[in-house]
Design a protein around this ligand. Structure first.
Ligand SMILES: *Cc1c(COP(=O)(O)O)cnc(C)c1O
Length: 225
């Protein structure tokens, strides 16, 4: 199936949900991104700073670029001026660096805090205590150039639906818990980014409002040289 057909299929499973689709275009060529753009997609996700910074100038200006991968502090400067949303903020130090880069160019940069919900050790992210320390700590109140807009998480890579369900549910519970409290002006709990090609149906059932889908749109191929 082609990109357009894949997108039609995915959008069809979305129709009962208020959810934004981010098309994950990492490793995919410009032509494939252009095809998805022509099919109506405006939100694209990349996981490497260099690839994102190279692709963005070659594509239409109204694309909203999402940085979904692990972000190193020394690379924030390359995307600060144009990135639409940074999904993978997993430390106060990184948030602080994003704030600094935002200040240099007088731009408030939208971010999500990445939570560690999977069983795998390898996945990045904060635990519940760490996220609460960031949100209710003193440091964030002095940051005028970041806006935390919600949470992001990745479930365990497994066929076991119960495990995925439990992990997404725990993230949704935390999201609602934080949302119900009084928050500093730097934090708004609006976006819950969870779900990828293999598990987005479960994520939608569990209340995701932003999914990041790559291979189900573009195929599993890797076009990198
Ligand atoms: C690659 C990636 C995705 C998309 O994965 P697919 O399985 O291809 O849909 C989503 N989120 C993150 C953080 C990724 O790195």
């Amino acid at each position: 199936m082609g990109i357009k057909e894949n997108l039609d299929h995915i959008k069809n499973t979305f129709k009962d949900h208020d959810c934004l689709l981010v098309a994950v275009s990492k490793t995919k060529p410009i032509g494939a991104i252009q095809e998805a753009y022509e099919a109506g997609i405006r939100d694209f996700g990349e996981n490497k700073v260099q690839e994102l910074a190279e692709k963005a100038p070659q594509l239409p200006k109204d694309i909203r670029w999402h940085m979904i991968g692990h972000l190193q502090r020394n690379k924030v400067k390359y995307i600060a001026s144009f990135v639409h949303l940074i999904h993978g903020v997993d430390s106060l130090r990184l948030l602080n660096q994003i704030n600094k880069e935002g200040e240099k160019i007088n731009r408030v940069i939208p971010c999500l805090l990445q939570m560690h919900i999977a069983m795998e050790e390898s996945k990045f992210g904060l635990d519940e205590n760490e996220v609460e320390e960031i949100i209710w700590g003193e440091a964030i109140r002095k940051m005028d150039f970041i806006q935390v807009r919600g949470l992001m998480g990745m479930a365990t890579n497994t066929e076991n639906k119960k495990t995925i369900q439990r992990e997404f549910r725990s993230l949704k519970v935390l999201f609602e818990k934080i949302k119900s409290t009084e928050l500093p002006k730097q934090v708004k709990m609006e976006i819950l980014s969870m779900g990828m090609s293999g598990d987005y149906a479960v994520a939608l059932e569990e209340g995701s409002n932003m999914v990041r889908i790559g291979s189900a749109i573009f195929g599993a191929g890797n076009y990198e040289q």
